[in-house]
Design a protein around this ligand. Structure first.
Ligand code: 13P
Length: 263
């Protein structure tokens, strides 16, 4: 099952959310029934999570719908005196089941480090929230990509060693491809995914961990990525802000899935 994750970043307004959710509620259930090969997860800014939960209704309340809600970050702490933080328990109250952790924008602009990320992964596992753990090299780090991935994956791998049954997703987002219109080629992305899967295979996991690609994904290139053997889904920024563009990505991915199932 392919997963398409929408990262709204710091975008959105109440009218835009109303329109987006209205279109999803109208169209996604039928698309999912016709060709059920693709799940969707939307990760809005924290302040809009309750609005999404309300507007998407049964779509996010019933796991069988194929549609889920997540956040773009998570507190490294549980409930308590941590001003400004949104914790895993709160996310659960709004049917949130995923959390993007360690996005490169958080690593570079907000000083997210491995210590905080270990805590965040721990909190997400404790509340049965699936972390979408982001890694990826800068253009200058291409030559030493394996070392960069080792270092970035460390907090996730350490926590998974204690919880080999926990669910997790790794998002490979090369920094040079994010928001630039210069997506990685499917071949380059697949090679990085293979590298990540090799590193994951070194610890004994009972759950298989999906590895998804992010960075300038559009309706035009989506299926080229998911058509690759080691790419299990997509993390989409800009092209997820309009419902019709996200639905087009989902449909193109599903069509490719169906074609692959026929051969
Ligand atoms: P874009 O799809 O806008 O390049 O963003 C990718 C991303 O950072 C998703 O998390």
């Amino acid at each position: 099952m392919i997963i398409v994750i929408a990262n709204w970043k710091s975008n959105g307004s109440l009218p835009a959310i109303g329109e987006w959710c209205g279109e999803m509620v109208d169209k996604f259930p039928q698309i999912h029934i016709d060709k059920p090969g693709c799940q969707v997860c939307v990760c809005p800014p924290h302040i809009f999570i309750s609005e999404f939960a309300d507007k998407l209704g049964s779509l996010v309340q019933q796991p069988a719908s194929g549609f889920a809600l997540g956040s773009q970050d998570l507190s490294p702490y549980a409930m308590g005196a941590y001003t400004g933080e949104v914790n895993a328990q709160m996310l659960k109250e709004f049917f949130g089941s995923y959390a993007i952790l360690g996005h490169s924008e958080r690593r570079t602009l907000f000083g997210e480090n491995s210590t905080a990320l270990s805590q965040k992964v721990k909190q997400s596992f404790a509340s049965d929230i699936t972390p979408i753990f982001c890694v990826g090299e800068t253009a200058g780090e291409r030559e030493k990509i394996s070392d960069v991935l080792d270092e970035q994956l460390e907090p996730l791998l350490q926590e998974l060693k204690h919880r080999p049954d926990a669910k997790a997703i790794v998002a490979y987002e090369p920094v040079w491809a994010i928001g630039t219109g210069q997506a990685a080629t499917p071949k380059v992305a697949n090679e990085a995914h293979l590298l990540i899967k090799d590193k994951l295979a070194k610890i004994e996991l009972t759950n298989s961990i999906k590895v998804v690609y992010g960075g300038s994904v559009t309706a035009d290139n989506a299926k080229d990525f998911t058509g690759m053997p080691d790419i299990d889904g997509l993390l989409v920024g800009g092209a997820s802000l309009k419902a019709d563009s996200l639905l087009q990505i989902v449909q193109n991915v599903q069509n490719m899935q169906n074609m692959q199932n026929l051969v």
